[in-house]
Unconditional design. Sequence first.
Lengths: 1060, 505
Amino acid sequence: MPEQPHPKVRSPAARLTTAAVGRTQSALIQGGANQYAELHCLTNYSFLQAASHPDELVLRAAELGYAALAITDRHSLAGVVRAHAAAKPLGLKLLIGTEITPSDGPTAILLAMNRTGYGRLARLLTLGKRRATKGECHLTFSDLAEHSTDLLACVLLDSKTPEAQISELERWRDLFGDRCYLTGQLHRGPADDWMLQRFQCVSQQTGLKLVASNGVLYHDSSRRYLHDVLTAVRLGCTVADLGKHRKTNGECHLKSADEMRSLFGGPELIECSLEVANRCTFSLDELRYEYPEELCPHGHTPLSWLTRLTWKGARYRYPEKIPDHVDQLIRRELALIEELQYEAYFLTVHDLVHFARQRHILCQGRGSAANSAVCYCLGVTSVDPALIDVLFERFISKERGEAPDIDVDFEHERREEVLQYLYDKYGRERAGMTAEVITYRLKSAVRDIGKALGLSADCVDSLARTAEHSSDEPEVLASRFREVGFDPGSRLGRQLTVLIRQLLGFPRHLSQHVGGMVITRDPLCEVVPIENAAMADRTVIEWDKEDLDVLGILKVDCLALGMLTAIRKAFDLVRLHIGRELTLANIPPNDANVYAMLQRAESIGVFQVESRAQMSTLPRLKPKEFYDLVVQVAIIRPGPIQGGMVHPYLRRRADEEKVTYPSDEVRKVLEKTFGVPIFQEQAMKLAIVAAGFTPGEADQLRRAMGAWRKTGVMEVFRQKLIGGMLSNGYEEDFANRLFEQIRGFGEYGFPESHAASFALLVYVSAWLKHHYPAAFTAALLNSQPMGFYAPAQLVSEARRQKVHVCPVDVNASEWDCTLERQPDSSLALRLGLRQLRGMSQAAAELITVARRSRSFDSQADFAARTQLGRRELSLLAKADAFHSLTVPRRTALWNAMVPREAAPLFAAVDDTEAHVALPQMTRSQEVTADYQTVGLSLRAHPMSFLRTELDELRVTRNADLLRVEADRRYRIAGLVLMRQRPSTAKGITFFTIEDETGTANLIVHVKIWERFRRVARSATAIIAHGILQRQYDVSHLVVDRMDDLTDKIGPAANRSRDFH
Amino acid sequence: MTTCSADASHLGIYPGMSVGQARSLLPRHIKTTHRSPRRQLVEPIFKRADPDADVYALRQLALHCQRYSPLTGLEDGAAPESLWLDIAGSEQLFGGETGLVETMRADFAQQGLQTRIAIADSWGAAWAVSHFGDMTASLVPASRQSEALSALPVASLRIADAVVESLRVLDVVTIGQLMRLSRSSLPSRFGQELVQRLDQALGLAPELLTAERSVEPISAQWLFEEPISDRLTLDRVCEVLLERLLTTLDQRQVGLRELVCEWVGAIAEPTLLRLLRPTTDRRHWFEMFRLQCEQRVFEAAVNGVRMQAAEIGLPAIRQRTLFGNDPHENHTQVLTELVDRLTIRLGPQAVLRVRLVPDPQPEFACESTSWLEEEVEQVAAVAGKKRSSSLKLTTTAVKLKPGPRSSQLALAGVEPSPELCCRPLRLLRSPRTLSIQTFSAGGLPTRVNHSPVIRISRPERIETGWWRGLDIKRDYYRLDLAVGTGLWVFINRNTADWFLHGLFE
């Protein structure tokens, strides 16, 4: 690798603590009296092998006054960044390395001496991991030989027969020369003296220097219990059965230099550890992120090219005249981008979006990037900065010292194309997905520890289940345990509780981030090891989002969004059948009819606002313009709901409550939302104008809001915020309320820019639904699974909108749902073969290809020409897809059952069998069969067959619920479409049920749920008894009794979509 | 879930569910103080299904039923649940078919079993009527199967669920409907089995009954014409019987492991004899038998002797050297015989061997196990043991002793660890308080048992045992005293007390 120039001030993280760097990295460690460097230390990123977090180890090492600490996770560098981040403020020197065991050699610790060595190490691990399955690493000594430059090797001496290793060690000596050391470890075993002598003997015979280390597995000996448990989890047995895998004592902790000296009988071996530490000068700060360079054409600098693209885009976005404040915004942003040298990042994202556009993949930036006018001009985001208040600091801020975050949504079915484009363009060596560290949650911790402690499977099961929705507060957990009959005060109970609390937050394994891609100029595998993901064709780096943030490495989030797929498919259908070219940008804005439709809560299928909670607020919020949609998207979120903002907002909007502002500044910030803070930006701005925060501090506040529960950081901000507001003359009451509101939506609140991006999709999808319902429904059906509703509801909604829907038919259906021109020149929706459960796309292709010459005239003709197997033929017959051939469903099935492929000789012979008289199907049987095969029926609703019976039971039709008097008892019945238990609703479950006249909402309290548990959980159709509540034209039945109708309805019913 | 109680099915639990699913249907909080006692719920009990045991029990029932008919057996199929009795002719003994059914029903009811009984011309029809008929006992008149069957659902034909389902789709629910369909069109659509089962039910196709037979025990007996009390005669008779038994086993090429010898007519307890390994070695067996009977005193005369092989097994076969003089070869045999001899004299609990256990705590690092038990495990693991006895299971199923020990063994391996080299040969059963006279400045003993300490090793630290009881925290030292003894002592790091735990010799 070529020698790198001195680091430019690029990595923001590096900039923050240059002082600390100067203190630690440059100075050589003096072999002082009281110094020791631990060279072999595993963190909990060696999954299930060690029992301390990297920062715990670093902290303890600093307390003990270590000269240096090596982080040497097994076959991994996953934990080093966290250790680095912890070590820097403490001024502890960190050595970066890894513990490896080649298949043909002893275990050794490899330490990076410098940047080159580090690159080798990362490359070596990449090599070993890419050839193994996920989570494993296969290396041989010859691999090591190829990547040994600038690496130090400390070979672990066997604690049983070190002499046997002598011949093997000669290989290592030849390869590494004087960079090879021997490491002996003494853990107060039965004969440490003797062992040490034998180690020294081996050292003399091989001529390799012996160095002390302690093979650290935890920072403090009190973690030995957890370590036993983790070992048991790793081996899949109980702690009692660990046998020889058990450590005999808890000596694998960080020890003071004195202790190490007395263990190793003198200072020589300890001083040798300092020698090794001194030879390693590498620090993670030396890693520099370099953007790919191929993105700007020859003769341009990245900045000049970006500037040019931006202004070109601005002229395209504002054909008449660029508004003044947008012009200013662009200039200011470009200046900041130049200062922070982020231009290449913007170009990277632009390139990605450009590629997607070329391939006609819909995409749209979301999140904080929508706060940037530059992103708007580059076409990355679609929210006009002239329309909403952009807050560029939310996107990039100098104080934060962190890379900007640009998230781009792509069509969910085609995102893989984008990812593969990145892999192709930059190569596997330079592009990789970000990792996601999966950590122990309460449930998994209870499960694993319970098993390891030898609890019975039943007991573990019920404990884990009860812990699932519990908080990790010891008292809460204890009472939960008591509920299921487990005494938390018993010895076992106390052990369990303590261990659980220690294990919580431990990394369990690495997974892939939903869409974060890291792209570098130089080989990425020399920055961080890359491994195979569980998914084919994906490669993942070992670091997660936060690690990348710390090192200032930028990533691009390529996310998948189902609605974009549906919108693109709808655009395609409209182009094909109507000839109108639609894009996200040219949808006519402010269509009053579209808003009127939303106000009526006719929003099934519309992005975001189709959920039950959204639908019930739509008639109250009555969106009239785009900004109302932004609010609508943002307000029905756990944050604002918990912050108690929804009702004040609705009341004030409906002029039922007076809006007052404590000051003009506050008025300016909150006026748009009637004095209720709804967006993150508003919280930040309030902090700025009312409490005197700087924009950067305000951003820190926002980040703290996300994590307030975990750390005490929020308290600091609370004092600062409230103090600031009081000193600015605000009332304490207002300040406190504001703080609570801000805290309320911390994690779950939307930034305004993000809500605006989503609101745009809400409008587009609503517009499509209103103007082209057939195309929109077809597109939704073709993009399943997505959204809240099953095909049955989407189709019945389309029929309600007067769209003619045609059934699946072998002579008309394609794989996808299509549109057909009707005699009256309206467009009808033809269900596609994809609606058939169990149908494969390949089989559908066979049908469409065979049909191309002429349509099928009989079932035998169909079977002969498509050569489909018995399974597909039966499936089509059951679904009544031979309807146009006038074959009754049962006869078709009867015919389809003959195995054709088994008798090729008779393939040409038509059915000569005697005609069989099969029982006629009743109408309700037909509907049942429709539901079973297609998931919906165009004939009738299954409930309609029960209507006479239901009338006798005095069951009200759902459609009548809007008309009848409220606050009285009613019975309603229907298929259960959905069960939903939002975390904000205190255990209330919302049911949506459907009969032939419409849908109804049920509210089921916990008590009722428990009493009618079986029905509530599993019935596919129910009769609900209860009191009808109505507010603002939204009706709910508060259920006090439920009866099961499943048996009456037969297997017709759909599986409900349950969200818990 | 393979089956559940009526209470459970009331909650919506049905066989075929996963246990987790069933659990989620159980009421979550079982309240002990509920106002109405009617709603009080009992703690659910989950038991592991054991299909082998089910089949075994059913076999026993089949044998029991041989009092009704000479040919009884289990139905065909992977998971049999019905008994078949070929009653041709034997019903006369019970007063006709009705009488037979009544007798059987009463018999089973006495055993606490509910029955559904059907008598028909074909196995298939009887199966169908008993499973799906209206009554718990039904008699299908001769050659009238098709009428009896036509109203029954197609599932009563013992066909696969998939076939039943595809017939249901066509609304063919009863056998009658099925019989109306053209017969030739059935096999291609629903498989050969359907037609075959239909024919079997109608008596048009044959079906075989595999009858149960009780296995003859391997035994030999000698009944005297008059009671005998002469010891010499008895010994001789026993020898002859044992010889006969062993000869029979020789022919089958198996060895005898456990022998039961009953003394007919005497109140004397039967004599049980169990060896370490199965063998037919006459010399050894005679010797063992003699040893066992030596001290037996017969209070009354004996009418006869019955010997029975309670457990047999494959004898250890090893290649012999040409002259049989390899000391190694004899070594194990001599040891085995010694163990047998000692066990018979002292009882199985007195003849022990030591086994290493990979546990850091010295008290638990080894355990003594009975030679015999240890051997049982090994033998069972090597060859499936065949038990043939009227008392014990007549099954070839291998009964392995499950449990932590075997898994521990697997984890532990057998090689001795290097720690062992540093352990004393004599370990006290429990640590004893050490009498220490003086301590060094570092807190280590310098004078113990009134003898100066001349050498003290570096400590070996042991911290373990937290999961089973007290958290053990000890530092072990080897103390060499001036008087020449080596002590293995430790300091309890929780209390700073010193203990003696072993002696080096």
